[in-house]
Each structure stands twice: as structure tokens, then as C-alpha cells.
Write a protein that binds this ligand. Structure first.
Ligand code: HEM
Ligand code: HEM
Length: 178
């Protein structure tokens, strides 16, 4: 077995797309004028995709625990194995914590929190000061996720260039080695 399952691959790429979109929306929405409908639209999508990610992460974790991933290539050193595992689990933690902190900070303002502009999502009732703390956590988690993504990509490039090993087919991109 050299590849992840079809389910794992589909969830990986679907969620990667949504998370990268959310990182972009989160970090770049300040360039859109405050109070404009465009900004409300971007952040409405940001919150909705974020809430969807909570559910998808739970499904993905369940799948991951029931379906062990393909073993890492034999040449990986002990340190590389540890780093890859730590980075992957840190990603899973961030994939839950980032959107959860987003949900918990929603109480900072009086606007209703709408799922895809339609269904009102109840707020947690934790009060404004705590919501403000979650806002700060949300920003830190955004940066942490960006750093993990950079590490993830640097790792893939390292194996491609230094070990002449393309890991992408393991995640369904390109043909696996014979
Ligand atoms: C924010 C976006 C992303 C997240 C959250 C993410 C998360 C993860 C996680 C958690 C795993 C480990 C899966 C497991 O063992 O359970 C993984 C594996 C992998 N990811 Fe990503 N990923 C992201 C973006 C990307 C991108 C942009 C690429 C390609 C450039 C990529 C390529 C891969 C590959 C090739 C593997 C398999 C690694 C192996 O050989 O075991 N990922 N990703
Ligand atoms: C994986 C999911 C998510 C990621 C990666 C993410 C990421 C980010 C990032 C990087 C920022 C910019 C932080 C800053 O520089 O101040 C941000 C802002 C924001 N996020 Fe998220 N977010 C996610 C989910 C959510 C969810 C579920 C909600 C609400 C239910 C939400 C609501 C917001 C709001 C309202 C802001 C604007 C904060 C401000 O302008 O002070 N986010 N997000």
C-alpha cells in the first residue's frame, strides 16, 4: 500500500482548498472597505466554510483513526518520521481549533452569525471579554496554520529534491512508483 485511501485524498484536497481560501479571506479582508457588502460577503463565506470545516475535520479524524495511513518510505530517518507525524497531528489540532475559536469569538458583535447567509447559528453565550480572547487566539491559529502549511510544502520539496522521492502520488497526484 503506497497511497492514501480515496476518502482520505478527497478530504485532504477539499479541505486544503477550503483552508487556504479561509487563510486568504482571513488575512486579506482588511483590504476590502469596512462595512461594504463585499466584505460582509467574503467574511460570510469565511465563517460558513470554517463551520463546515469543523464537521469535515471530525469525519476525517474518524476515518484516519479507523484507516491507518500508508507507511512512510523506508529511507525516512527517525527524525523525519517524528517531524512528519508531529506536523500532521498539529494540522489536525489546528483544523479543529481555528474554526472553533472563530465560532467562539462571534459574540464580539451583535450581527447574527449566518451559515451560508441563510441559517442562523447560535452564539456560545460566553460574554464579550472571553470572545475577544478567542479573537486573539483565532489570529494566532491562523498564523500557526500558515507556518504548518509552509513546513508541509518545504518537506515535500525537500524529499523531491534531496531524496529524489515524489510524495505527491501518495496523496493522489501523479502515478505511484512501480
Ligand atoms: C492547509 C492546507 C493543507 C492541510 C491542512 C494539509 C494537511 C495534511 C495532513 C494532516 C496530512 C497527513 C494525513 C494523515 O496522515 O492523516 C497531509 C498529507 C499530505 N499532504 Fe497536505 N495539507 C494541506 C495542503 C497540502 C498541499 C498544498 C500539498 C501539496 C503541495 C499537500 C500535499 C500532501 C502530501 C503529498 C501528503 C502525503 C504525505 C505523506 O507522504 O505521508 N498538502 N496533509
Ligand atoms: C479553518 C478555519 C478558519 C481559518 C483558517 C480562519 C483563519 C482566519 C484568519 C487568518 C483571520 C485573520 C486574523 C487576523 O489577522 O486578525 C481570520 C479572521 C476572522 N475569522 Fe476566521 N478562520 C477560520 C474559521 C472561522 C470561523 C468558523 C469563523 C466564524 C464562525 C471565523 C470568523 C472570523 C472573523 C469574523 C474574522 C475577522 C476578525 C477581525 O477582523 O477581527 N473564522 N480567520
Amino acid at each position: 500500500m503506497t497511497r492514501y485511501s480515496k476518502v482520505a485524498m478527497t478530504l485532504h484536497w477539499l479541505m486544503a482548498l477550503m483552508i487556504i481560501g479561509n487563510l486568504a479571506g482571513g488575512f486579506l479582508h482588511d483590504f476590502i472597505p469596512r462595512g461594504s457588502p463585499e466584505r460582509a460577503f467574503v467574511m460570510g463565506l469565511h465563517a460558513s466554510f470554517g463551520l463546515t470545516l469543523i464537521a469535515l475535520t471530525l469525519v476525517r479524524l474518524g476515518w484516519r483513526l479507523a484507516n491507518p495511513p500508508p507507511p512512510l518510505p523506508a529511507y525516512f530517518t527517525g527524525g523525519e518520521r517524528l517531524l512528519a507525524k508531529a506536523a500532521h497531528w498539529a494540522f489536525y489540532i489546528a483544523m479543529l481549533a481555528a474554526p472553533m475559536s472563530g465560532l467562539l469569538m462571534a459574540e464580539r458583535n451583535e450581527r447574527p452569525l449566518l451559515y451560508f447567509f441563510a441559517v442562523e447559528v447560535p452564539k456560545a453565550g460566553i460574554g464579550k471579554p472571553l470572545a475577544q480572547t478567542f479573537n486573539e487566539m483565532h489570529e494566532i491559529l491562523g498564523w500557526a496554520m500558515l507556518a504548518l502549511l509552509a513546513l508541509h510544502i518545504v518537506g515535500i520539496i525537500k524529499h523531491l529534491v534531496m531524496d529524489r522521492d515524489n510524495l505527491m502520488p501518495r496523496m493522489g497526484v501523479g502515478k505511484p512508483r512501480a
